[in-house]
Design a binder for this molecule. Structure first.
Ligand SMILES: Cc1ncc(COP(=O)(O)O)c(C=O)c1O
Length: 416
């Protein structure tokens, strides 16, 4: 039954029924959380072997003792792992500490010394990852929204903006299983990104955050074209900065991160970093290499993650479909990987739904968080993060969420 087509009397009756259900749930004082894309405890347990895996063997093949200072670009073995992950040469890889976000932040700061114009702008395909936007906000970089389609950002819009404004110095991309929509950029989109460096200035950077590159939920995973190979062909390699980490492979708070860049860019970034560290945690890098080994090892490990979280995504899809499927008030993504489901409302009431859910004990990512300046121009996007709660809590939280969504819509239609 499409809610938008109900008569006033039907809406009144529906509102009565939903409000009664909502009041009952509120009285139960739930405390459920669907906010952040965190791995569940069972996923973290998969990598417990990391503890103690070194058993006193701290020496690399070349005799380096990982407990000591040095190797700011990372140990060779971990750089090889990053190279395999990115599909580049290991000489183009830096291995960092536990957070790729930190590398992104520092990379942008390192570029600020080069960007001489008073105004610096970044393009932000949206909905996107809130913490990318926070970096810009904190560093005083102006953000410009760009539409994000199923095959990636609107490339015509991007080219036109970049060609006409040389204060635009970068763009944030989550090219595979994007946060929050779960979409993967098409080959054509990747090719056009590789060409973007030709029209942008030499200090323009594409922040290619491949956070979910091995995080498949399907047996037929999405394929992402290799942007660095394409950029080398187009002679735009300096415009590309690759990023990834093992945060959602091993331990979210204690993994290792990777940055991939041209030799010139990497040397410059190394110079910037060397003022703040003599080297990242190499013991952890070695632990990770011994545990994950290579791309086959990573794939085998990620298959175990899939076994744990796929049922959660299936549950979310079933709850949304059975409760909202025919009502004409929301659409949502069905991701083949990554950590999120992105839901769009047709009536633009995202903030109301988040508030109603919160009041009923189900915490959701704040409305607007997936847009620059926390401002969703249509107030319709809600990010659902299913991985962290156990199945029973997730089911309960989704029941409350869909009820709140329907209640918000019926109330709105009644009061029109
Ligand atoms: C797109 C994206 N990039 C980066 C991160 C954080 O990465 P890290 O843990 O390596 O800092 C996240 C975490 O949610 C993410 O969704």
């Amino acid at each position: 039954m499409n809610i938008i087509q109900l008569s006033q009397d039907e809406l009144q009756a529906k509102h009565h029924e939903l409000q009664a259900q909502y009041d009952k749930i509120r009285a139960a004082k739930l405390n459920l959380d669907l906010t952040r894309g965190k791995p569940a405890a069972a996923q973290l347990d998969l990598a417990n072997e990391l503890d103690g895996i070194l058993e006193g063997f701290y020496l690399l093949q070349d005799g380096t003792d990982v407990r000591n200072y040095g190797n700011i670009l990372g140990i060779p073995e971990a750089r090889e792992l990053g190279a395999a992950l990115f599909g580049v040469d290991s000489s183009n890889v830096l291995v960092g500490g536990n957070s790729s976000l930190t590398l992104m932040y520092h990379y942008v700061v390192s570029m600020m010394q080069r960007w001489e114009s008073h105004t610096v702008k970044f393009l932000c395909p949206a909905p996107g990852y809130d913490r990318h936007f926070t970096i810009c906000e904190q560093l005083g970089i102006e953000m410009i929204n760009v539409a994000l389609n199923d095959d990636g950002p609107d490339m015509d819009e991007i080219f036109s903006l970049v060609e006409n404004d040389d204060t635009i110095k970068g763009i944030w991309c989550v090219p595979m299983y994007s946060n929050p929509t779960g979409h993967t950029y098409s080959d054509q989109t990747v090719k056009r990104f590789a060409q973007l460096g030709k029209v942008a200035g030499p200090d323009f950077r594409i922040m290619w955050d491949n956070a979910y590159t091995v995080h498949h939920l399907s047996d037929t995973p999405d394929q992402l074209a290799n942007i660095m190979s394409a950029a080398v062909e187009e002679q735009t390699a300096d415009s590309i900065v690759l990023l990834a980490s093992t945060s959602k492979v091993t331990f979210a708070g204690a993994g290792i991160s990777f940055l991939g860049a041209s030799n010139a860019n990497l040397a410059e970034f190394e110079g910037y970093l060397s003022a703040q560290t003599i080297g990242f945690d190499k013991v952890n890098q070695l632990r990770h290499v011994r545990f994950l080994k290579d791309m086959d090892g990573i794939a085998a490990h990620m298959a175990k993650h899939k076994d744990i979280i796929k049922p959660k995504f299936t549950l979310v899809e079933e709850k949304l479909e059975s409760s909202l499927g025919s009502k004409g008030i929301a659409t949502w993504t069905k991701p083949h990987g990554g950590y999120f489901v992105s839901l769009d409302m047709s009536l633009g009431l995202a903030d109301t739904v988040v508030k109603l859910s919160g009041d009923a004990g189900v915490k959701l990512t704040p409305a607007g968080a997936t847009f620059p300046y926390r401002n969703d121009p249509n107030n319709n996007n809600i990010r659902i993060a299913p991985t962290y709660p156990p199945m029973d809590e997730l089911a309960q939280a989704m029941d409350v969420f869909v009820l709140c969504l329907e209640l918000a819509c019926v109330t709105h239609l009644l009061n029109r």
